[in-house]
Ligand binder design. Structure first.
Ligand code: G16
Ligand code: MG
Length: 219
């Protein structure tokens, strides 16, 4: 039986993925590195320093900066990002997600967050959803980022639920891979092209219903 649903945060519960895109885009522009929505897909679910490295490699500039300078660049992006998420409110919850989360909770299924973001607790608090989750696992508590399964396995472990009794929901290719490697059922939000490893992909959050995913999981 289904005992827990483990949610990615950015891009699943709220559209902070768009803010990450804007903040990285501004930094890339300053560094004269080409940046596009398509390239940005590769950054979804990936840690801050790994994202920066991918951008620098993409621009052929990885060796132009020392580690200290790279940390500084990553901080600049994060300061910009924090400004963008400063005004987040419960109105920024993605369509259908609030209703879905409350429905899951009412059914007695456990809920967790598995996010690659160090800003996860701040974001979930601004959305007014922190109390709905039994467990929040973020980049501050784990060693290996997505696509490593650690963040999802840690969430299941803290919930005291076996991975096979969990569904994971993700908008990133790296995240879907992490869910599958954790031995869980994977729901993807976005395009079939990028999320081909998911057991089921929905185009948007409002297409997700507990009734349907419970059925899919049972089969
Ligand atoms: C998120 C985003 C990534 C971002 C990462 C780190 O993960 O998808 O684009 O780079 O967190 O965020 P921060 O710089 O805030 O630590 P998730 O797993 O919630 O989608
Ligand atoms: Mg995400």
């Amino acid at each position: 039986p289904l005992k827990a649903i483990i949610f990615d945060l950015d891009g699943v519960i709220t559209d902070t993925a768009e803010y990450h895109f804007l903040a990285w885009g501004a930094l890339a522009k300053e560094l004269n590195i080409p940046f596009s929505k398509e390239f940005n897909e590769q950054l979804k679910g990936i840690s801050r320093m790994e994202s920066l490295e991918k951008i620098l490699v993409h621009g052929g500039k990885s060796t132009d900066y020392t580690e200290v300078q790279k940390r500084h660049l990553a901080n600049m992006k994060n300061e910009h990002y924090k400004k963008l998420i400063d005004s987040l409110t419960p109105n920024d919850i993605l369509p259908g997600m609030k209703k879905f989360i409350l429905e899951v909770k009412n059914t007695g299924i456990k809920l967790a967050i598995a996010s690659a973001s160090k800003n996860a607790v701040s974001v979930i608090t601004s959305l007014g959803l922190k109390d709905q989750f039994d467990v929040i696992v973020d980049a501050k508590t784990i060693k290996n980022g997505k696509p490593d399964p650690e963040v999802f396995l840690t969430a299941a472990n803290l919930l005291k639920v076996e991975p096979k009794h969990c569904i994971g929901i993700e908008d990133a290719a790296a995240g879907v891979e992490a869910i599958k490697r954790a031995g869980m059922f994977a729901i993807g939000i976005g395009s079939l092209n990028t999320l081909e490893k998911a057991d089921r992909v929905y185009e948007t959050t409002k297409d997700v219903t507990l009734k349907e995913i419970t059925k899919l999981y049972a089969n």
